[in-house]
Design a protein around this ligand. Structure first.
Ligand SMILES: [Fe+2]
Length: 178
C-alpha cells in the first residue's frame, strides 16, 4: 500500500479528525438557517482573519508554527470566507492532512494532541470554534505555539507535506499520492 493512502478507517482506535455535517433547518436563495450545535461544547472562540492571515504566524525564518491543545477538542466552522487547516498528529498512520473549510460547510473536529495551523483565503475568513475543554485545560498550555524548526519530526512532516497531500473538501475528498 502506498504510504500516502488513507487507511485510518481500518483502525477505529485512532482518534482522527472528522468533518461533521450539521442540520439545515431552512435554505432559500436569501435565507439559510442552520442548527450548528456541538452538544458537548463548553467553550467558544471566534477567530477573524483579515486577508490571507496565517495562524499561528510563521517564524522569522519562514518555518511553520502550530498550535496543539493537550486538553481541548476544536470544532471549527467557517462563518464567512475560506480557510485551510494543516493537521499533524504523530499517532495517525498518515500523520499529515490538509482540510479546507468554506462558509456553510461542515464542522472540522480536531482531537486533542493534534498540531494545527491555518491559512485564510485572500479575502480572509471568520471561524467559530465550539471547543470542548477538559478540567486540566489552561490558557497557557492550550494556546502554546510550537515551532516546526525546533521539533525534528514535525519539521520532517511539514516538508513531506509538499510530496504527499490528503485534501479533504466539503462533501468530497481528494487523495493525491506521492
Ligand atoms: Fe485550535
Amino acid at each position: 500500500m502506498n504510504a500516502c493512502t488513507l487507511y485510518f478507517d481500518r483502525h477505529p482506535k485512532l482518534v482522527m479528525y472528522q468533518l461533521i455535517p450539521f442540520h439545515r433547518f431552512r435554505e432559500t436563495p436569501q435565507v439559510r438557517f442552520f442548527d450548528i450545535t456541538i452538544s458537548h461544547s463548553n467553550a467558544r472562540d471566534l477567530v477573524f482573519h483579515e486577508g490571507p492571515a496565517t495562524s499561528p504566524n510563521n517564524d522569522e525564518s519562514g518555518a511553520w508554527q502550530f498550535y496543539l491543545h493537550p486538553h481541548q477538542e476544536d470544532n471549527l466552522m467557517a462563518l464567512s470566507g475560506g480557510r485551510t487547516f494543516y493537521l499533524v498528529n504523530f499517532t495517525w498512520l498518515n500523520p499529515f492532512h490538509i482540510v479546507r473549510l468554506e462558509a456553510g460547510g461542515d464542522i472540522l473536529q480536531i482531537p486533542p494532541g493534534t498540531f494545527h495551523r491555518s491559512v485564510s483565503d485572500p479575502d480572509g475568513s471568520l471561524v467559530l470554534n465550539q471547543a470542548v475543554r477538559s478540567q486540566q485545560a489552561t490558557v497557557e498550555r492550550e494556546f502554546r505555539v510550537y515551532n516546526s524548526a525546533e521539533i525534528p519530526r514535525l519539521k520532517q512532516l511539514t516538508q513531506e507535506m509538499m510530496n504527499c497531500v490528503n485534501l479533504h473538501q466539503l462533501g468530497r475528498s481528494h487523495h493525491r499520492a506521492a
